[in-house]
Write a protein that binds this ligand. Structure first.
Ligand SMILES: Cc1cc2nc3c(=O)[nH]c(=O)nc-3n(C[C@H](O)[C@H](O)[C@H](O)COP(=O)(O)OP(=O)(O)OC[C@H]3O[C@@H](n4cnc5c(N)ncnc54)[C@H](O)[C@@H]3O)c2cc1C
Length: 400
């Protein structure tokens, strides 16, 4: 019998499998899509804490190879006035790595397979029931079943496992924003290497960075009601490109030109999860977005999912029973995850101020905070290090 059944082959799935392997625990990953859920086009930033987890698992090199570095952020207001700059790397100075989501999924999957881990595709979990011997039986939409001692839901914001743990668990909710992003080789302004520029416009914040090959990667979060993919025959890409242009119209910044010069914009609907009362039962648990999908403004969801993976593996490695391991994981992760979610929600509010006065207030605060100095971004978030060798015990998991 396989020890752990991991549902979801996105980010938390393969990383959990690698962490469990390091802890000497066998697992199999089951992914719903036939070839992984490589969603086309969108990109993300992996901060120092996420890269630190990958380094612990000796899985950082493949990510370094297909990403590029950022060290600083610069903030501008809607008139193009420079507000100040921040050090994106926290006190260690290691900034985020930017890469496409599809690349991240791919390299994590390839690395897991290279280590001899099993990932089975085309296996959408439908339900899970208790096995006679105390384990758990997972049932998939192709009619197959697998039995394990425990089941880990790494199945994202719309998790099935979450509903199996608690039928009354909240569903992921639309954040009120659609992230629109794109890539362009045309730059209306000179760009600065390894620098994220955040332009706080009248309605939205526009963020861009230019990679070492001279291509600019940009995104903006557009507030409004949730929209489907097709609008009156207009392709989704055209619709969202126009929405993005409309949102930055009137700002005296290069945003509109970046957006106009982009061939194919990508829109991603962003969801978040209200606080989940239960992360686990006796033998089922959720990690990553399945447990705590955050408003994505802080760009930390993937890193937090990776942290979950390693902490869960440590708990299962060190504690005598699955139940005590799950309880320890819950207590170790909840406070940090909650704080990250609050931070991200605050950042989202600041990026899309509801009206002129809140916008002016935000720019004023930023100017005061940043002018004339380099500010470190939330060090507690990016500087977090998980010591793999440190044992988790029933006594110490309360205050680690
Ligand atoms: C617009 C946007 C921008 C973001 N930007 C960033 C960023 O810059 N930096 C960052 O760190 N994070 C960012 N995030 C958050 C990040 O993408 C998530 O936190 C991260 O993907 C969570 O990883 P996960 O493995 O938990 O879930 P996912 O990556 O969603 O993976 C879940 C996997 O489970 C599979 N699955 C689902 N249901 C089933 C089932 N029933 N059976 C089997 N498999 C199933 C899915 O197909 C998928 O492969 C962003 C999110 C959004 C929406």
């Amino acid at each position: 019998m396989t020890k752990a059944l991991i549902i979801g082959g996105g980010i938390a799935g393969p990383v959990t499998a690698m962490a469990l392997q390091k802890a000497g625990i066998e697992s199999v990953v089951y992914e719903a899509y036939p070839h992984g859920a490589d969603d086309v086009g969108a990109f993300l930033a992996l901060f120092a804490n996420g890269m630190d987890v990958l380094r612990t698992l000796e899985a950082d090199q493949p990510v370094l190879d297909c990403s590029f570095a950022a060290e600083r952020s610069e903030a501008y207001d809607k008139t193009g006035r420079f507000l100040g700059q921040g050090n994106m790397g926290g006190s260690h100075g290691v900034g985020p790595r930017t890469l496409s989501r599809a690349q991240l999924y791919r390299v994590l999957r390839d690395e897991a397979i290279r280590r001899g881990l099993r990932i089975e595709y085309g296996k959408r979990l439908i339900t899970a029931t208790s096995a006679a011997g105390g384990g758990v039986v997972a049932a998939f939409d192709d009619g197959s079943e697998s039995e394990g001692e425990l089941l880990i839901g790494a199945d994202g914001a719309h998790s099935t496992v979450r509903g199996l743990i608690d039928a009354a668990a909240p569903q992921a909710q639309y954040t009120g924003n659609t992230m629109v992003c794109g890539y362009t080789r045309h730059s209306p302004v000179p760009t600065e290497p390894a620098t994220y520029r955040i332009v706080y416009g009248r309605r939205v914040a526009f963020v861009y960075i230019t990679d070492p090959d001279g291509q600019t990667w940009w995104f903006t979060n557009i507030p409004g009601p949730q929209r489907g993919n097709s609008e009156d025959g207009v392709t989704a890409a055209e619709y969202w490109q126009q929405q993005a242009i409309d949102c930055v119209a009137g700002d005296n910044t290069p945003a509109a030109e970046f957006i106009r010069s982009t061939d194919n914009v990508v829109a991603v609907t962003a969801y978040h999860l209200p606080k989940l009362p239960a992360w686990h039962t006796r033998n089922m648990i959720v990690v990553g977005d399945a447990a705590h999908a955050a408003i994505p403004q802080a760009g930390h969801g993937a890193s937090m999912a990776m942290e979950d993976s390693v902490v869960l593996a440590q708990c299962l490695r060190d504690l005598p029973t699955i139940e005590t391991a799950f309880a320890a994981y819950d207590r170790l992760r909840r406070p940090r995850v909650a704080r990250a979610m609050v931070t991200s929600a605050r950042m989202s509010k600041a990026a899309t101020p509801a009206g002129r006065i809140p916008g002016l207030l935000r720019d004023h605060v930023l100017l005061k905070l940043l002018k004339g100095r380099t500010a470190n971004t939330a060090d507690w978030l990016t500087d977090h290090h998980i010591d793999w060798a440190a044992p988790v015990s029933v006594a110490n998991h309360w205050h680690r």
